[in-house]
Design a protein around this ligand. Structure first.
Ligand code: HEC
Length: 161
């Protein structure tokens, strides 16, 4: 671009920059920011899956203090999902969670409270099974959940202390 061209571009830019100041008494309406509406699949991936993984990893480490916290996070995540998406394909999510995952979460919490490793392993297996039972019931049998094999959270120390 020529030197003259650069000057022209600079002049145009300063005009653009000056423009809002000149129309300060009549500011243009701000463009509406579209809301983000996460889908059920988004919420499963964002709020449920990571916590299921973390509970599994901390469970192997018998990190009871952290498990007390994270198991409650997982339970509350289901509650928030049911409030955000009350119905999924005509099914009331709150009812599905109450029937399909609350008993398993209760069993998990009892094991954590008792600091009972064997009971925890059994409860975690039952919880994971409950994830898959619901996936099958709601025509997503191909979403298969298992206990985590390794931790994707290398920045978080899950050891009991
Ligand atoms: C009330 C039934 C129900 C329960 C309980 C449930 N899920 Fe889901 N989950 C679904 C449905 C339905 C989908 C598919 C959502 C969609 O995309 O429309 C899904 C999708 C997912 C996905 C997204 C898969 C992908 O690859 O994008 C993950 C991950 C997931 N679930 C994990 C879990 C885990 C972990 C648990 C148990 C701790 C669990 N779910 C419990 C119904 C359930």
């Amino acid at each position: 671009m020529s030197r003259f061209g650069n000057v022209a571009v600079l002049a145009a830019c300063s005009l653009l920059l000056a423009a809002p100041a000149r129309s300060a008494d009549a500011p243009p309406a701000p463009a509406p920011v579209p809301d983000y509406h996460p889908s059920f699949g988004d919420l499963m991936t964002m709020a449920v899956q990571p916590r299921h993984i973390k509970v599994g990893i901390a469970g192997k480490a018998r990190n009871w203090a952290y498990l007390t916290y994270e198991s409650s996070e997982l339970r509350n995540a289901f509650g928030r999902i049911a409030r955000t998406i009350p119905a999924y394909r005509g099914n009331k999510l709150a009812d599905l969670f109450t029937a399909g995952v609350t008993p398993q979460l209760d069993e998990l919490d009892a094991a954590i409270k008792a600091k009972d490793g064997k009971a925890f392993d059994a409860a975690y297996g039952n919880l994971t099974q409950a994830c898959n039972t619901c996936h099958t019931a709601l025509e997503h049998a191909f979403v298969v959940i298992q206990a985590p094999q390794t931790s994707p959270y290398s920045d978080q120390d899950m050891k009991a202390r």
